[in-house]
Design a protein around this ligand. Structure first.
Ligand SMILES: Cc1ncc(C[n+]2csc(CCOP(=O)(O)OP(=O)(O)O)c2C)c(N)n1
Ligand SMILES: [Mg+2]
Length: 447
């Protein structure tokens, strides 16, 4: 679990250069009519989408060729050097090192899963978050103990940060009898509503957003504003349920934090062929909530934006949309070799690898880790991972005699009691005494 305290949050180090959400929150979301340069009233409105990135790549993926030569090509310049890591306004040395360690564990675990798949030990598919570790780990690191996480398939790193161990995640992928779902599911569909406050991923894209909004509403009714952090892809953001859920959360000012993982691909369709807005964060304007853009390969940027969104959520000010720009560095799932992706695009994003750049930042830029300390840290992660992998491989498959796979599928009255987590449910009583609408009000409403 992440540290609770943010020692630097009281004294931002470099106020002037940062256009932060805190600043954006002071800007009106519904601006008044502006005045044109000749002094006449103008209908032009201005909205601010803070952009934390240190580089703003300008290239497009287009379809070229014909027939069997049809292919994706890049239009634009891919020659820029990778940008540096942006210094966090909130993270301490220890916290940065902790996030780096989670990212390493995330990467090593996925490499192990890929190998286990190739050895025929994984049942079903594997969905990898290669290149997205900084986004997954640093966003989840911004959560506090009472907050909630709703991860999607590429957020195994967030699961690790939230307290699941690699052993259990690997058991789950191998459908072992002692996996979190006892072999009932063979990928990432598991959560923990009792201890870790994690809602299981939902495959239908966008559906988890409504569930997380509901979690926030439930906590609100119990007297507490909590964060409901969840994710949606560049593809998933265009679903109807995403709009409905985020709009509901906005109207109710629920503490939803939606990280839009714009990894440039939805299956084999590039972002450029999925939507016409320049940045997906712009869609926040339509909901009347703040939207912010970060470089998803920079954990400091991801953390700062998510942390500010979480603080806003805890103050009861409503949802925030964070667009994290990065690249899906593998196919959609392990069976997809991603041959449709132009090789140059892989090269470009490989140079922006989140782990390599964060390592360089910690060791060479900040000098927060010596080369030897870094080496030891990596060795420690590898040792832990190998032990976890061996234990997971040695775990038994579900046993027909003591089979649990068919238990707990449906609740029955005796299986568990559902109690409020944060306090007794509080309902507002309307003036006049009735908690429900008066007959007259209902009649007006239905007219
Ligand atoms: C409502 C819905 N439509 C279609 C699918 C099938 N599907 C699963 S993943 C996927 C692509 C998702 O792309 P994106 O949202 O960008 O996420 P990424 O895989 O890039 O992380 C699709 C179309 C689905 N699961 N749910
Ligand atoms: Mg995508």
């Amino acid at each position: 679990m992440p540290h609770k305290k943010h020692p630097k949050s009281k004294a931002p180090r470099n106020k002037s250069s940062k256009l932060t959400l805190a600043l954006a929150a002071k800007l009106p979301l519904k601006p008044a009519a502006a005045v044109a340069c000749d002094g006449t009233p103008s209908s032009r409105r201005t909205y601010v989408i803070p952009d934390y990135r240190l580089e703003r790549p300008e290239f497009r993926i287009v379809v070229a060729g014909e027939g069997s030569n049809l292919e994706y090509r890049i239009e634009g310049d891919l020659s820029a050097e990778a940008p540096p890591i942006r210094e966090s306004q909130y993270l301490s040395r220890e916290q940065c090192i902790a996030i780096y360690r989670w990212m390493l564990l995330n990467r090593r675990m996925e490499v192990a899963l890929e190998n286990l798949y190739k050895q025929g030990k994984v049942v079903g598919g594997v969905y990898l978050g290669l290149g997205q570790e900084g986004c997954s780990c640093a966003s989840a690191y911004a959560l506090g103990p009472d907050d909630w996480l709703g991860p999607m398939i590429r957020n195994q790193g967030a699961m690790l940060v939230r307290g699941f161990n690699a052993r259990d995640i690997m058991r789950q992928y191998m459908a072992k009898g002692d996996s979190p779902t006892w072999g009932r599911d063979a990928s990432s569909h598991f959560g923990d509503w009792q201890r870790r406050n994690v809602c299981a991923p939902i495959s239908m894209l966008g559906e988890l957003i409504g569930v997380m909004a509901g979690v926030c509403l439930g906590a609100r009714l119990q007297g507490k504003n909590v964060v409901g952090l969840t994710y949606v892809g560049d593809g998933g953001q265009s679903t109807g349920v995403t709009y409905e859920s985020l709009n509901f959360a906005a109207v109710q000012k629920l503490g939803l934090v939606l990280v839009v993982e714009n990894n440039l691909w939805g299956y084999s369709t590039p972002s450029d062929m999925q939507f016409c807005v320049k940045d997906l964060a712009e869609r926040a304007i339509a909901y009347g909530i703040p939207g912010v853009i970060v470089d998803g390969t920079d954990p400091c940027q991801v953390y700062d934006a998510t942390h500010e969104a979480c603080e806003r959520a805890r103050r009861g000010e409503g949802p925030t949309l964070v667009e994290a720009k990065m690249m899906r560095m593998k196919g959609h799932a392990i069976h997809d070799a991603a041959q449709y992706v132009p090789a140059k695009l892989f090269e470009y994003w490989h140079a922006r690898d989140p782990i390599t750049r964060f390592e360089n930042y910690l060791v060479n830029v900040k000098r927060w880790l010596t080369a030897e300390e870094n080496h030891k840290l990596i060795e420690g992660v590898e040792r832990e991972l190998e032990a976890d992998r061996d234990a997971a491989v040695a775990s038994p498959m579900p046993d027909p005699e003591t089979d649990k796979t068919h238990q707990g599928v449906y609740c029955d009255p005796s299986c568990h009691t559902i109690k409020p987590k944060y306090g007794p449910v509080v309902t507002k009583v309307r003036k006049g005494g009735a908690a429900s609408p008066k007959a007259a009000e209902a009649a007006v409403h239905l007219k």
